[in-house]
Design a protein around this ligand. Structure first.
Ligand code: IPE
Ligand code: IPE
Ligand code: MG
Length: 250
C-alpha cells in the first residue's frame, strides 16, 4: 500500500477545551488552564523525541481578551509562571522557544519575561516551540499589509511587484515551514483565527478529547491519521505517486 509523508515537519495545535474540562469537575475554568500545562509538556517532549522540527501552540487568541477580566488575568499569570518554570526543562530538551503575536499588549513584566525566555533558549538546536499569544491570523496578514504598504510608500517597491512569496516572507514566522498538521482538541471544528495564510495546505485533524486529557496516545492518533493522507497540492494522486517514490512503503 502506498503511504505518504511519514512525519510532519511542523505541527500546529489549538489547545481547546480547558474550561469544559474544569467545569465537568465542578472546578473554575482556571483549573482547566492549569491542568493543560501538563499536556503542553507531553506534546513538546513527544515532538522533541520524534524529531519534529516545529510545534506551534495556540495559547491566547487576539479575541480571547473578550473573556471575563478575571479569566484573562489568570491566563496572563499562568503564562508568566509557565515561562518562569519551564525554561530549564526546555533547555534540557534542546528546545528553542519563540512567542508569536502582538506582544505589545502584554504587561511590561510579561514582555520582559518573554524576551528573557527566548534569549535563554536561543542557542538550542532541536525543536522550535512557538507559542501563539495575542495572535490572530488576521492580525498577522494585516501587519504584512502595513509593512508592504510602507515599502511602496518609500518607493522601494511597486504594488504590482507584490508576490505571494513576498507576503509569506513578511508573516510572523517566515523562516519556518508552514504547518503540515493542524490539531484542534475540544471537539469544535473551526480555525478560530489561527494561522490563516499558512494553513492553506495543512492537513486538519479534530479531536473530541479536551486539551488537559490530550496525552501521548492521543497525539500519536493524530500522527497516525496524518500518515494515512495523500497531500496533493492541486495535483492528481497519480502524479504524486510518481513524484515521491521515497515515500512509498511496500
Ligand atoms: C482553550 O480552552 C484555552 C484558551 C482559549 C486560552 P478554553 O478556555 O477555550 O476551553 P473551553 O473551550 O471553554 O472548554
Ligand atoms: C481558540 O479557542 C483559541 C485558543 C485555544 C487559544 P477559543 O475557545 O477561543 O475558540 P472559539 O471562541 O471557541 O472559536
Ligand atoms: Mg474554547
Amino acid at each position: 500500500m502506498t503511504k505518504y509523508p511519514r512525519l510532519p515537519r511542523h505541527v500546529a495545535i489549538i489547545m481547546d477545551g480547558n474550561g469544559r474540562w474544569a467545569q465537568k469537575r465542578g472546578q473554575p475554568r482556571y483549573a482547566g488552564h492549569k491542568a493543560g500545562v501538563k499536556s503542553v509538556r507531553t506534546s513538546v517532549e513527544q515532538c522533541a523525541k520524534l524529531g519534529i522540527e516545529v510545534l506551534t501552540l495556540f495559547a491566547f487568541s487576539s479575541e480571547n481578551w473578550k473573556r471575563p477580566k478575571k479569566e484573562v488575568r489568570m491566563l496572563m499569570e499562568l503564562f508568566m509562571v509557565a515561562l518562569k518554570k519551564e525554561v530549564k526543562r526546555l533547555n534540557k530538551n534542546n528546545v528553542r522557544l519563540r512567542i508569536i503575536g502582538d506582544r505589545s499588549a502584554f504587561d511590561p513584566a510579561l514582555q520582559k519575561k518573554i524576551a528573557e525566555s527566548e534569549t535563554a533558549t536561543a542557542e538550542n538546536t532541536g525543536l522550535v516551540l512557538q507559542i501563539a499569544a495575542n495572535y490572530g491570523g488576521r492580525w498577522d496578514i494585516t501587519q504584512v499589509a502595513r509593512q508592504l504598504a510602507e515599502r511602496v510608500k518609500a518607493g522601494e517597491l511597486e504594488s504590482s511587484q507584490i508576490t505571494e512569496s513576498m507576503i509569506a516572507e513578511t508573516l510572523s514566522f517566515a523562516d519556518l515551514p508552514d504547518p503540515d498538521l493542524f490539531i484542534r482538541t475540544g471537539g469544535e471544528q473551526r480555525i478560530s483565527n489561527f494561522m490563516l495564510w499558512q494553513t492553506a495546505y495543512t492537513e486538519l485533524y479534530f479531536a473530541d478529547v479536551l486539551w488537559p486529557d490530550f496525552d501521548a496516545e492521543a497525539f500519536e492518533g493524530a500522527l497516525a491519521s496524518f500518515r494515512q493522507r495523500q497531500r496533493r497540492f492541486g495535483k492528481t494522486g497519480e502524479q504524486i505517486d510518481q513524484e515521491t517514490p521515497e515515500n512509498t512503503e511496500e
